[in-house]
Design a protein around this ligand. Sequence first.
Ligand SMILES: Cc1cc2nc3c(=O)[nH]c(=O)nc-3n(C[C@H](O)[C@H](O)[C@H](O)COP(=O)(O)O)c2cc1C
Length: 331
Amino acid sequence: MIDLTTNYLGLTLKNPLVPSSSPLTANIDDAKRLEDAGASAIVLPSLFEENIHYEQKQLEKYIHSQALGNYETDSFHPVPDDYNGELDNYLEHLHAVKESLDIPVIASLNGVSDSGWLEYGKGLEQAGADALELNVYYISADPEQSSEVVEQRYLSLLCNLRQHVDIPIAMKLSSQFSSVSHMVKKLQQAGAEGVVLFNRFYQPDINLETLHIKPQIELSNPAEALLRIRWLALIRNRVDLSLAATGGFHTVESIIKALLAGADVVYLCSVLLSKGPEYYSQLLQQLTDWLTEREYESVQQMQGSLNQSCALDPVAYEHSNYIDVLKSYRP
Ligand SMILES: Cc1cc2nc3c(=O)[nH]c(=O)nc-3n(C[C@H](O)[C@H](O)[C@H](O)COP(=O)(O)O)c2cc1C
């Protein structure tokens, strides 16, 4: 019997496959189906700072318009006592998921400013989240803003939250840093228990008929996994925190590669959205079969065994063979 357990953010998970934030984890029935299929933990969809701010503005507008002296009392509609805002709904969902499932539940926060996060973070901890994921979905287009300022934003959000929340925190990062390793190291020093590599930025498109900018979301494709695998291999031995891989993991082969490169867990999203929650159990079975055929005793035995410092050809993970790769192309 192979030991599939892995350690992620200080939590012992029964296997390394984790369904990440998506509409599937927003729904209790689907979350239950994932647990039944063998999921070792789930990450809830994010609580979006933007939505909370928008909602607060709408509420203020509403209250202001009521207070403007509409003397016809029957047209005055106070905010009902049982009004549930974005945060309340999220906490209710988290609570309900915790009640229904036995596996760890990771809550997720998405935002870029310092305001409110302490309150949200504390609320999530009190509602039973086993860990927190912080997704700083930030695109800096301002030429006056240096990379240091952008990085400081991530660090300051983390430090703020770290001071007020005791549960483990993972930072979900994009790959667009000048030095990914340095950034991860700084996050580790600032108290992150893990990083999730890499967030996908959804790319807006231009509609050539209307000339409007069209926001769109597309599921990932398997080629995206290689970027993650390379960075896992490059940083595994250089940092001391949990590593999750996300983005393009659709097949057991890519999952195995991420684990060999150094992932503690591999997140699954697009593949479960397109094939359904039950597909999880097939991937888990395929992973178990692969380990059995190669006589591994545990997942931990193979985790990181092909990180850069252990690889037969370490420079292959970097750019030294760039020219050879270019030359190897045959039209
Ligand atoms: C429909 C959809 C909704 C998502 N919602 C969230 C979210 O709320 N928060 C978050 O951090 N990531 C969210 N993600 C990103 C996924 O969790 C995942 O990191 C990303 O899709 C890459 O993994 P994949 O290639 O397995 O899809 C979402 C992805 C999709 C497709």
